[in-house]
Each structure stands twice: as C-alpha cells, then as structure tokens.
Write a protein that binds this ligand. Structure first.
Ligand code: FAD
Length: 419
C-alpha cells in the first residue's frame, strides 16, 4: 500500500474479496535508467537504509538500488530479529547506539510499523568467569551512557519464571545482565518500510538485477555491469553481506571476510509465555518468542566456509540441547522450520564501512551474525560516507585500512552467541 493513499473500510473489504489483487504496489518496478548519481548494490536492510538516507539526509534522489533477487530475502529476512546496543568498545557502542536510537523512532520516520518490541535482552552467566566478563561489559557499556544492569538471581526469577535456575543443572545459572531497551523488531517490516520510503523519495528499486561486474577506468568506478545491461554512476555503495568477497573480487581487490552459514529455527506457536530475549554464551543458545507465539532460536556459525543457505545438524542438536537445559518446560515443543543465511565475518568480528582501493566504490560488510540491529545506524553513516566522499565520524574507525594499521575493534565476545 502506498503511504499517501487513503483506504476506506470499503476498499479494504473490496480488496479482501478480490484476493488482494488490486492493491497498489508498495514500491515501483521501474526500468533501469542508463545512469544515476549513485547506485547501491544489495537490497537487504543495509542497502535499502543507505538508499533511503541518501535521499532523505543528503537530497541524492537519483539513486538505483540493485538487487539480484527480491528485496529482503537475504540475511535481512533470515535473522532472529534481536536488537541491542550493549557492545564493549567505544566505536561499536557509538554505531549500535545510533542504530538503536533510530530504531526507536523508525516506525514514525518510515510511517510503517516495524513492530519494535523493547522487551529487554538478558545475558546469563554460568560461572565466575562469565560473571566477571558480564560485569566488565556492563561497566564499559554504562561508561558510554548506554543502559545496562546486573541482574541478581531473584531478579532473574522474577523476570523469567520459566528459566531453569536449579543449582543442580549441568551448568547452573548464577546471574546475568539486562539491557532493557534491547529486544526485537520485525525484520521484513524493516526491509519493506525502508523500500517504500526510499521509493517515495525517488529511489529506483531494481529487483532481479544482478551485478556481474564493475566498469573501472584509471582506478575510478564508472558503473556496474548487470544482467539487464550496464548502468553508470560515479558513486557505488555495496552492501551484499555474505557475497561481499565475491563482489570485491570482481572489483579487483580482496576483503578480510569469511563467509559462513548461520542457522536459526522456530517452534510451533505457543501462548505468550516468555517476555524477554535470553542469551547464554556458555551453553550457547539465544531465544525469544515472536509476536506469532513461535520460539525463535539461534546459536553459533558453522565452522566451515560455505555459500549454502542452510546449516549442519550438529549445531541444531547443540542449540536445542542448550534450549531445553535452560527451559525444560519447552522440551516437548515441536520445531517447525529451520533455515540458514550466509554471514560475512571479519577477523575482529566488526564491520567494514567505507572506501575501497577503487575511487568512488564503497563497501559496507562484515556485519556477520549481528547486523540486523545495525541497519538504521549503518545505513545512516554509509549514506553520509557515500554522499560526502569521506567517512562519517562514527564510520571512520571501521575503515578497511584497520587491517593494515592494526587498529582492530575486537568484538568477538559481543558476538559470542550469534545475534
Ligand atoms: C540465522 C541468522 C540469524 C541472525 N540473527 C540476527 C539477530 O538476531 N540480530 C542481528 O542483529 N543480526 C542477526 N543476523 C545477522 C543479520 O541478519 C545480517 O547481518 C544483516 O541482515 C545483513 O544485512 P545486509 O543488508 O547486509 O545483507 P542481506 O540482507 O543478506 O542483503 C544482501 C543482498 O545482496 C544481494 N546480492 C548479493 N549479491 C548480489 C549481486 N551480485 N547483485 C545484486 N544483489 C546482490 C542479496 O540477494 C541480498 O538480498 C542473523 C543472520 C542469520 C543468517
């Protein structure tokens, strides 16, 4: 539905009777123009948000967003929707907190309900080492002005009565922390909301348009080769997650990225029973209950590199064993669906945002297992970087050259459990 169009109850009824055949398209499907002021490659959340902020914040509206399939069916439509900003290092805190703040106003900004639910995100500890690490993180996060609190056993019991707090379990829970502003949002709605709002501002969303190469002259990018022909632009931003190294190779350089499968699964729907998000880095699982009642679960990546959008059974088995250990009440719940995505992981588990060795060509990648939560913030700073030709101050520490300067931002702990 186009946002400016008014729909009466009668038109809603009429459309329902017509099997929704007469709805106006939420975004146009234009033919590609020969050239644009900027091209964004990748119609996941990061690409769509970048296109939207280019138009909204920088007045650059002659933009094509080029996506090889339908939008939002990469990792953006495959993730477990956890959002939070409780990262250890200052650089990460800045970008994830910017993102969370943008999330907090996103439904209003896009005029599209992204179903943000700030139900609190709890990390639990099972031994003294876990608790020391959790406390260190809580302190660091608070020093950056971001909400984070330690939780006693009594508080944990009150917040999650169904959590197994028995001292006799294999790895007993002994405490935890919470970011109360953390939670979940609807992943599809984030993609659709950005797409609709970008289209409204003039961005051409070109679905089923695959970038097969870059035209580069004298070290400067001139456009993209696609299955629908050549499209010219002096500025190109690439946000293709697990396929980043493939596209970098087409542009003649290498990225320090490994692509791994990461899988998730959902259960049959249950009545509301579980009102937060919980993660344990030790028994290795995280869970939340979706608005449809399904338990949504994830854990870690498959250790091997692959472009297959599934995952191996061992990870599933470990994930479910951990889930049942924490929540024996779920032991007879049926699992309904399982899937995987291809995540792009940097050696320091932080993203790459910014310039590449090719002038005019910018990359945004390496979000790995945790880039859903960063979509608004990342799109905001990437759009600035492309528009100005210089990194946004929040994006600057995430430049590609940190792998030669050694200024790494090690967030392995933050992504110890994939989310
Ligand atoms: C199972 C799973 C669970 C996760 N859980 C969470 C979570 O709870 N919280 C969180 O914050 N993050 C989570 N993530 C990570 C998060 O999903 C990703 O970091 C994020 O969605 C990446 O978004 P993106 O826009 O960069 O990539 P994508 O959404 O993958 O979009 C990239 C797009 O590029 C397109 N593309 C690729 N090659 C080309 C080409 N040659 N030409 C044109 N288009 C191309 C693809 O078709 C795709 O649509 C999870 C990931 C997975 C797989």
């Amino acid at each position: 539905m186009k946002k400016n169009k008014r729909y009466s109850i009668f038109s809603l009824l009429r459309n329902a009777r017509n099997y929704h055949e007469n709805w106006a398209e939420a975004w146009r499907s234009p033919e590609p123009k020969p050239s644009y002021d900027a091209i964004i490659v990748g119609g996941g959340g990061h690409g769509l948000a970048t296109a939207y902020y280019l138009a909204k914040e920088h007045g650059i509206t002659n933009v094509a967003l080029v996506e090889k399939g339908p939008i939002g069916l990469g990792n953006t439509g495959r993730n477990t929707t956890v959002i939070r900003s409780n990262y250890l290092w200052d650089e990460s805190a800045a970008i994830y907190e910017l993102s969370l703040k943008l999330f907090e106003g996103l439904s209003q900004d896009l005029n599209f309900n992204v179903m943000l639910s700030q139900r609190g995100l709890i990390s639990i500890g099972h031994n003294q080492h876990d608790m020391r690490e959790i406390r260190r993180r809580v302190n660091a996060i608070r020093l950056n002005g971001i909400d984070s609190e330690m939780l006693s056993m009594a508080e944990l019991r009150e917040l999650v009565p169904i959590l197994n707090l028995s001292p006799n379990s294999r790895y007993p829970v002994i405490g935890g922390s919470i970011q109360r502003r953390g939670g979940i949002a609807r992943h599809d709605a984030v993609a659709w909301g950005y797409a609709r709002a970008a289209d409204d501002r003039g961005v051409d969303i070109l679905q089923h348009t695959e970038v097969t190469g870059f035209r580069i002259q004298g070290g400067r990018v001139e456009g993209v080769e696609t299955n629908r022909g050549f499209i010219a632009a002096p500025k190109i931003g690439v946000a293709v997650a697990g396929h980043s190294s493939v596209l970098a190779e087409k542009a003649g350089f290498r990225l320090p990225i490994e692509s791994h499968p990461l899988q998730a699964l959902v259960s049959e729907p249950l009545k509301p029973i579980f009102h937060t998000v919980i993660m344990s880095a030790t028994v290795h699982v995280y869970l939340n209950q979706s608005d449809r009642g399904e338990l949504v679960m994830g854990a870690g990546i498959d250790a091997f590199n692959s472009y297959a959008q599934r995952g191996s059974p061992m990870i599933l088995e470990d994930m479910l064993a951990a889930a049942v250990e924490l929540f024996p009440i779920f032991s007879r719940v049926k699992m309904m669906r399982q899937w995987g995505g291809i995540v792009d992981i940097c050696p320091d588990a932080s993203p790459i945002i910014g310039k590449t060795p090719v002038a005019g060509l910018y990359f945004n990648c390496g979000w790995g297992t945790g880039g859903f939560k960063s979509i608004p913030g990342s799109g905001f700073v990437f759009a600035h970087t492309i528009a100005q030709g210089e990194p946004h101050e929040i994006a600057a520490p995430f430049a590609l050259d940190r792998f030669t300067s050694g200024a790494l931002i090690d967030e392995h702990g933050a992504a110890g459990v994939a989310h």
